[in-house]
Ligand binder design. Structure first.
Ligand SMILES: Cc1ncc(COP(=O)(O)O)c(C=O)c1O
Ligand SMILES: Nc1c(O)cccc1C(=O)C[C@H](N)C(=O)O
Length: 407
């Protein structure tokens, strides 16, 4: 049976097939980059129009109270919570992932007096490593990096915090969250997970694993739009001792008391710093509602089926490409990454054919399979295009190797 025929059968049996209609996707494009910037939910423009025209245009400052702007960060956080195995009062939507990393790394250092080492994985997403380096430059932390396989050996009595990205941005490899959290706790350290490539794509059980802290992006699988607010999780048991350094007025226990002295809000609101980005939160809320409606369990199931079908389709066409993602779909996130010395040119050749994936320096072609809006027909077609690009050598056209894009 051809890949197209099999795809048609899979699509007919796919319980999530109808959700594709809930997103805006351009004609002629197969979008395999939802792991970097999620697609636009169809209702987002109308929701934003209403927030801008009615809430801002007519409600003006009154909308902080009457339109729920004050509560938006906590409300959206509470909706993200079940997607990551947290309680509603443990998650807040705010700032960027990078800023949330800074706040929580610093908070962890405060909670572990006498320990300064932040342990992470070499090759982790750069911002995670840079935020540790920034605190190191302030004399507050010592960065320690270990290879993935040596992380547990690198845990000792100097380590305050183990900071890891659950699903690796480049390879899609997924850590065993429960095992690593347990090992860190046994060494007396706290744990902070970056869930940017996990949330809305793979099941996460923060409280099941007794995780201390977590952060994640709003613009990837949560479809909150470019620059969407990120989120932060702090386990409720740590709320009484939480102390983060960006002590802005929105994190104050009583912001409108306008006191000279800072007093942190008692709960997760302490993580707020400045005024919440109302428009960004409104767009993020649409994406989160939609992903929550579909359900992470069903999304994960479909994501595994999509990536397995992609590999089978590629194989059936005789295409040979080194896959650097774990072969077991249960051990990876919602992406497949392939190594090739000319990955940049191959990626550009695919984009010219309408298949949008991305390239990660120096040699990785990364294809994301956002299950909420991709069909099996998309997957069969994308595999066909990739096989054709490789077989024809069209990636060798000079235009495809000129580094004109940065993403
Ligand atoms: C694992 C990971 N963490 C953090 C970020 C960056 O987050 P932000 O741009 O919100 O600071 C990204 C992607 O940009 C990422 O892939
Ligand atoms: N945040 C991004 C941006 O502002 C522009 C381009 C790409 C991004 C990304 O999200 C990159 C992404 N985190 C990655 O996994 O590579």
């Amino acid at each position: 049976m051809t890949a197209e025929r099999r795809a048609a059968e899979f699509d007919a049996a796919d319980p999530l097939a109808g959700y594709r209609e809930r997103f805006t996707l351009p004609e002629g494009v197969i979008y395999l980059d939802g792991n970097s910037l999620g697609a636009l939910p169809k209702t987002t423009p109308e929701v934003l129009r209403c927030v801008v025209k009615k809430e801002w245009g007519e409600g003006l400052i009154r909308s902080w109270n009457s339109a729920g702007w004050f509560e938006a960060a906590g409300r959206v956080g509470a909706k993200i919570a079940p997607l990551v195995g947290a309680a509603p009062q443990e998650v807040i939507a705010c700032d960027s992932t990078s800023v949330n990393l800074f706040k929580l790394i610093a908070a962890a250092l405060q909670m572990c007096p006498g320990r300064k080492v932040i342990l992470s994985e070499s090759g982790n997403f750069p911002t995670d490593l840079y935020m540790i380096a920034g605190l190191e430059a302030q004399g507050l932390a010592t960065r320690r990096l270990a290879e993935r396989e040596r992380l547990i050996d690198a845990l000792d009595s100097d380590v305050a915090l183990l900071l890891l990205t659950h699903v690796h941005y480049k390879t899609g490899a997924m850590h065993d969250m429960a095992a690593l959290t347990r090992a860190a706790h046994e060494a007396g350290a706290l744990v902070l997970w970056d869930l940017s490539h996990s949330t809305g794509a793979v099941p996460v059980d923060l409280n099941g694993a007794s995780v201390d802290f977590a952060v994640g992006c709003g613009y990837k699988y949560l479809c909150g739009g470019p620059g969407a607010p990120a989120f932060a999780f702090v386990a409720e048991r740590h709320h009484p001792s939480l102390s983060q350094p960006l002590t802005g007025w929105f994190g104050h226990a009583a912001p409108f008391a306008f006191s000279d002295d800072y007093a942190p809000a008692p709960g997760i609101e302490q993580l707020l710093c400045g005024t919440s980005p109302v428009l960004g939160l409104a767009a993020l809320e649409v994406g989160v509602d939609l992903i929550a409606e579909i359900g992470v369990g069903r999304l994960h199931q479909k994501s595994q089926a999509l990536s397995e079908f992609f590999l089978q389709s590629l194989d059936a066409q005789g295409a040979v490409l080194e896959c650097v993602s774990p072969p077991d779909s249960g051990a990876r996130g919602s992406q497949l990454s392939f190594r090739h010395p000319e990955a940049y040119a191959i990626c550009q050749a695919l984009i010219a054919r309408g298949v949008i994936g991305d390239f990660r320096d120096p040699d990785v072609l990364r294809l994301g399979f956002a299950p909420a809006y991709l069909s099996f027909a998309d997957i069969a077609a994308a595999a066909g295009h990739l096989a054709a690009v490789l077989a024809s050598g069209e990636w060798q056209r000079p235009a495809f190797s000129q580094r004109t894009t940065v993403t």
